[in-house]
Design a protein around this ligand. Sequence first.
Ligand SMILES: Cc1ncc(COP(=O)(O)O)c(C=O)c1O
Length: 391
Amino acid sequence: MYGSIGRGFSQKSNHSTDVYQDARETVLNFVNADPEEYTCFYVNSTTDGLNKLASALVESPDDLVLATRIEHHANDLSWRERCKVIYAEVKDDGRVDYDNLEKMLKENEGKVKYVTITAASNVTGYVTDVHRVAKMAHEHGAMIIVDGAQIVAHREFSMKGATPEEDIDFFVFSAHKMYSPYGGGAVVGRFEILNKHLPTFYGGGIVKLVTDYTVKYKNAPDSYEAGSPNYAGVVGMARAMEVLKEVGFDAISAHEKVLNRRLIDGLKKLPGIIIYGDSENIDDRVGVVTFNFEDINSFVIAQKLADRGGVATRRGAFCAHPYVWRMMGISDEQAKTYENCIDMNTPGMIRVSFGIYNTEEEVDQFLKILESVLDSARVDTQKNELAIPAY
Ligand SMILES: Cc1ncc(COP(=O)(O)O)c(C=O)c1O
């Protein structure tokens, strides 16, 4: 029962189309979005979703968007390349500075059209208070977009806030972050607004009629889904949502907290360790821990962890260069000098990310493997004249 969506004329095709359309309800339900107010369109990833959304919502290069310095490039460049963007700062500990965000809204009273912010950072794991930001945005005449890439598998997310002013207008996420196959995702958004706009992404499936001279587009969400859809990706995403709900977000966040605490406490015992973000109060951090050693190149460590222990970390600036540089204390001037650096010499951190399947034993094993590679990584760092210690 696997056929073309909205195109075929057969039982298989009709069945697949029904499953595909019904999955929208699963998505809306997953983020507690009222189907009377919200719809969702499917995308390939958060990056795809943010670009499509930005291409639809931005009406002029003079439009003003307020983002933050915590953002992944997907939620920065999608806007930066299309209109004017201003950024709320982060505090020294890396948390979003909400007072600064509000100040910027006040300073640009009535001008900011959209506030866009991540629900959780892929660098420090901080969960942001998006409902608080929604209230601020709405009070100053802006709508709010939330990058949900790092929240969907880690915390329950609701489009609804405690009051209507705290409701979220748009939410974008990737399915692969929630254990579904790569190539899926969705944008949940206000039907009325989506229906007034069109993304710059055209083709079949989004039109009612095309003549030699005219085009009549369908309503949202169809108008956002040109081309043959990713049926398998949508089925996988809907099933992943059901599984995550079965496991339960209370259990997931409690489990992550235990793993985070165990890892951070273990790391703290290692000489020369630098742990990024707040390592004492970790309640608002999803399962992400980033670190460095004062005198060891992070590239060397990550390579050794993979080669010797089969440990998959990520090393680098995680597509969030401005935020990573801030956390590492690297100035704009310094950052510019890395433009043409080879990977090893571009400053970065090492990141450990936890999934629902990770265990405390694995944390202990990781710490053991890490400890076992440090001496040789130190020697390799010193041997390599190009390597920048501490990064
Ligand atoms: C916070 C955040 N936003 C956006 C993205 C982009 O997601 P994708 O690569 O699936 O488009 C990521 C990916 O890691 C992310 O962590």
